[in-house]
Design a protein around this ligand. Structure first.
Ligand code: CDP
Length: 225
């Protein structure tokens, strides 16, 4: 068994990527890096600072913004702190306004260029489990193990609904389902780095499968590396 140095996990919203990546990184003693937080932070900054999502303005913002991900400083269920220009925005980047606009922002080629460069720098250090939409295809095509984790949109919306309920937020299942369908559509049809499995990715489906079972499937794959 050759332990992979770089693991890439891609797939649509709420397919279980983050849970898998976190457990796998724990098991391997690697850094867990969720690239979605970077696009979310740029979107939050754009919603706050600009009164438009104009491509040139958002791209300029993405090039200036300082985003940092650090070990958790507060015990409130978070897995890490997300800092945007030094401000803790860990929970703000999960709000419905960011959910509704992040796919538009992340489809801008200039925004992707700025974020991909930072992600590659971190990933190429190795010993990392990196999660996103284009890690295996664009960010780290040299990854030793590529997983594409999928699940039906109804199951994914149900999981996200349970998460927001646990946080005490009042959003209906139907609105989560329709926002997710819209995001899937934008993510998989955009011109730059669309959501799709890399040719050499292992495709797994988490419908009706527990997080532990998915982890076991991936551990079995490690043995074949
Ligand atoms: O947690 P969830 O799967 O809902 O979303 P996320 O992973 O935080 O990503 C939010 C959005 O950022 C996605 O819908 C994509 O539009 C974008 N994204 C991307 O384009 N490329 C990545 N590597 C990661 C996220």
């Amino acid at each position: 068994m050759r332990i992979p140095c770089i693991v890439a996990i891609d797939g649509p919203a709420a397919s279980g990527k983050s849970t898998l990546a976190e457990k796998l990184a724990d098991f391997l003693g690697y850094l867990y890096f969720d690239t979605g937080v970077m696009y979310r932070a740029v979107t939050l900054a754009a919603l706050r600072e600009l009164d438009t999502l104009d491509e040139a303005m958002v791209t300029g913002l993405a090039e200036r913004i300082d985003i940092d991900v650090r070990p958790p400083s507060v015990q409130d269920g978070r897995k890490y702190d997300v800092l945007m220009n030094g401000e803790d925005v860990t929970w703000q980047i999960r709000c419905p306004e960011v959910d509704a606009n992040v796919s538009q922002v992340s489809a801008y080629p200039g925004v992707r260029r700025a974020m991909t460069a930072q992600q590659r720098r971190i990933g190429q250090r190795g010993r990392v489990v990196m999660v996103g939409r284009d890690i295996g295809t664009v960010v780290l095509p040299e990854a030793d193990l590529k997983i594409y984790l999928d699940a039906s949109v109804e199951e994914r919306a149900r999981r996200r609904y349970l998460e927001v309920q646990q946080r005490g937020e009042n959003i209906s299942y139907q609105s989560i389902l329709s926002s997710m369908k819209k995001r899937d559509q934008i993510d998989s049809t955009r011109e730059v780095a669309p959501l799709r499995p890399a040719d050499d990715a292992v495709i797994l489906n988490s419908d009706g499968v527990t997080a532990e079972e998915v982890l076991e499937q991936v551990k079995a794959l490690l043995a074949d590396c």
